[in-house]
Design a protein around this ligand. Sequence first.
Ligand code: 13P
Length: 253
Amino acid sequence: MRQKIVAGNWKMNLGYNEGLSIFSEVINMVNDEVTGAQTAIVCCPYTYLHSLAQLVKGHSQISVGAQNCHQEEAGAFTGEISAKMIRSVGAQYVILGHSERRQYFGEKNELLAKKTDVVLGNSLKPIFCIGETMEERENDRFFELIKTQLSEGLFHLTDTQFAQVVVAYEPVWAIGTGKTASAAQAQEIHAFIRQEIAAKYGQETADDTTILYGGSCNTKNAKELFSQADIDGGLIGGASLKSRDFVDIIKAF
Ligand code: 13P
């Protein structure tokens, strides 16, 4: 059975003290209120990773992740953070290929394939983001685009490596806009993603792969989205900055 996950992406928000206090509230609420087997992940700024990882020790339902990493193991890359560093402070996940990284930092599938390798090589799990812009959707180019993002970014992995990957479908037009993909629209793409994974790695691997939806997912729409056959949870931006909302989304399963 594939894992159900709700991951928060704080992006470049929250001060250190505020972040720690929200995260402590999340831990307490999850302990008190969440009974199922789902996993919660919080992907925070690099500088908070160690503190958050310390706080989740002993709380098996909650993990901590980074939002990016450099593609090389180590070296003269002033200002960059390696996968090994992220791992060494206790994080377990790394978001890769977020549309904001693709759009503002020019990250392409080829680079993301390298980042995936270095993340997996350091015993971290990638949350690999894919998704189309509104223009690509309107031009009916989105299936082709999703297929390319998967094949160029992930499909070089071996079966064993791929088993560690979480895929996140985030339509760019739904991110931070308040405009969510309808449950049917999201399900259609999720089913397509699973079908592509099955064609490459076999049905069993596809059935075991967690595919998250991201893009204006909130307390109001999470239940309907998560009830779709191929939607295994969410990657949450804005709503993950409020502990009550984030935990209510986790409880929407
Ligand atoms: P919002 O939930 O704020 O739309 O952001 C989604 C996102 O980009 C998560 O990675």
